[in-house]
Design a protein around this ligand. Structure first.
Ligand code: NAP
Length: 468
């Protein structure tokens, strides 16, 4: 047999998950100078791009232009896309091991973390992850209901960038939303919204807020809402002040300044008020006789020097009730296990060392299986953070290949794989199918002065490219 990684015997890699990490890894592998590598990328949806399509807020179109680079990668002759093929349903890991030398899981983190407080399951207690997927037209969430017309006061727990996205979308005017690719059903629900007050709740102080400066600054520029911070919560406690002085972190100083500026901003007659709260934690969601939330009980926190470093929040004996009837928890995304892939349930990631999937008991690498992105390291960082992460794993893959540590597939040819997938999922999407859909979305959007008009039902996507 000719050497692996050559034109005659290319290294065949399956990438599971067509989000940014999958594309960064594909790009790195396809551009390798010495090896010929063929990449097949799978996604359970017909559409690629993961959270760039289903997570990045519809009013942040500039961030979405990163997909231009992914389109370039997809043009490589050794790249193929198999959309609408689900691992665990249409194919299983054992199938992939018969067709590929290496498998890379880049499936992201699709669920939310829980707060673990009483009342979390009351009606009106929702997750940011499902709200985000709903307003972005993700097919799995399009039929969720958000009755925004029956609430005046809403809480968002957490002060990360996702919480900011949720708050901003709730505050946007219809005019602003008209310029986005928000899903129709979400825009219609937002048009009927009776929400007046939105509270974003940080358990620690301004100097520990997880959102980034650009994102929090944008909250001061909303056409439909005044953003407010309470003066006593904006003031830094001595521990934060000391930490800030010692670190002399320019960006962090800037963030604190932005937050503190909100305390002086004059109120206007904008229809909504967004209040950023700090040093408060929800301890209970209080229900009415019908099982709906009628309030959230908060405890005031104080900061302390945590043993593992940084400042932690601990509860005081001061409580208050916030009269909210809708609450979004936005305390981070969490990975979900894939069938037959070892999962570190504590961390919510695929068990791995530097991207090599490991056996849970022996802690030894499992031959030919790798992971990258949020499902490897947890849900943190911006889109670009996934590039070095993907490269780390891709380098591990190349090092293993150089040592002959690859799978021994029985049918590793492009034709055998196509035939196999066509048998399992005859309606699979190629990248050309996606490009057709993309053009249709963009042209329909342009006709309405929007960046695109998304397909939100899989049946419509299939019909649009003649697969139904
Ligand atoms: P995140 O950045 O990890 O923020 C989670 C927030 O939830 C933090 O404020 C955290 O507070 C808080 N939290 C966690 N557990 C809590 C609890 N039990 N009670 C109260 N608060 C709790 O997560 P995310 O907002 O979901 O974002 C995920 C990643 O995507 C981040 O890296 C983010 O930057 C990125 N993202 C970026 C953009 C953008 O660039 N525009 C947009 C969206 C998302 P502590 O800090 O105290 O733990």
């Amino acid at each position: 047999m000719t050497q692996l990684g050559t034109k005659e015997n290319p290294l065949r890699v399956a990438i599971i998950g067509a989000g940014p990490t999958g594309f960064y890894a594909a790009d790195f592998l396809l551009k390798h100078k010495n090896y010929v590598i063929q990449v097949d990328m799978y996604d359970r949806l017909p559409t690629p791009f993961g959270l760039v399509r289903g997570g990045v807020a519809p009013d942040h179109q500039k961030i979405k232009t990163v997909t231009k680079a992914f389109d370039k990668t997809a043009k490589h002759p050794n790249f193929r896309f198999f959309g609408y093929v689900e691992l665990g349903k249409d194919v299983v890991v054992a199938d992939l091991r018969q067709h590929y030398h290496q498998i890379l899981y880049t499936v992201g983190a699709s669920t939310d973390r829980k707060l673990g407080i009483p009342g979390e399951d009351l009606i009106g207690s929702r997750t940011a992850t499902e709200f985000v997927a709903w307003y972005n037209g993700h097919p799995d969430y399009r039929d969720y209901e958000f009755n925004l017309d029956s609430h005046e006061n809403v809480a968002i727990v957490g002060v990360g960038n996702v919480a900011v996205d949720v708050a901003r979308i709730l505050c946007r005017t219809q005019g602003e939303l008209n310029e986005t690719d928000i899903a129709d059903h979400a825009q219609a629900a937002l048009a009927r919204s009776s929400i007046k007050n939105i509270y974003m709740l940080g358990r620690r102080g301004p100097a520990q807020a997880a959102f980034t400066n650009t994102e929090v600054r944008e909250l001061g520029e909303l056409l439909g809402a005044d953003t407010v911070v309470l003066a006593d919560e904006a003031k830094l406690d001595p521990l934060s002040q000391q930490e800030l002085t010692v670190s002399n972190d320019r960006l962090l100083n800037q963030k604190v300044e932005i937050i503190q500026e909100f305390t002086h901003k004059p109120r206007t007659d904008k229809p909504r008020t967004l209040t950023l709260r700090f040093l408060v934690s929800p301890v209970e969601l209080i229900g009415d006789e019908n099982g709906h939330i009628k309030a959230m009980r908060l405890v005031k926190n104080e900061l302390y020097q945590a043993e593992r470093g940084g400042l932690g929040a601990r509860a005081t004996d001061q409580f208050e009730e916030l009269p909210v009837t809708l609450a979004f928890r936005s305390v981070g995304y969490q990975g979900v296990p894939l069938a037959d892939v070892p999962f570190d349930a504590k961390r919510g990631v695929i068990a791995n060392q530097g991207g090599r999937v490991i056996d849970l008991e022996s802690k030894q690498p499992i031959l030919g299986e790798y992971t990258a992105g949020w499902i490897k390291r947890g849900a943190n960082g911006i889109i670009g953070t996934n590039k070095p992460d993907a490269v780390e794993t891709a380098n591990a893959m190349l090092a293993d290949m150089a040592e002959g540590k690859v799978l021994n597939p029985t049918a590793p040819t492009a034709a055998a794989i196509t035939a196999f997938i066509a048998a399992r999922q005859p309606c699979y999407f190629t990248y050309d199918d996606w490009s057709t859909l993309d053009k249709l979305e963009v042209s329909k959007g342009e006709a309405e002065g929007r960046p695109r008009y998304k397909f939100t039902q899989i049946a419509d996507m299939l019909a649009a490219v003649g697969k139904l």
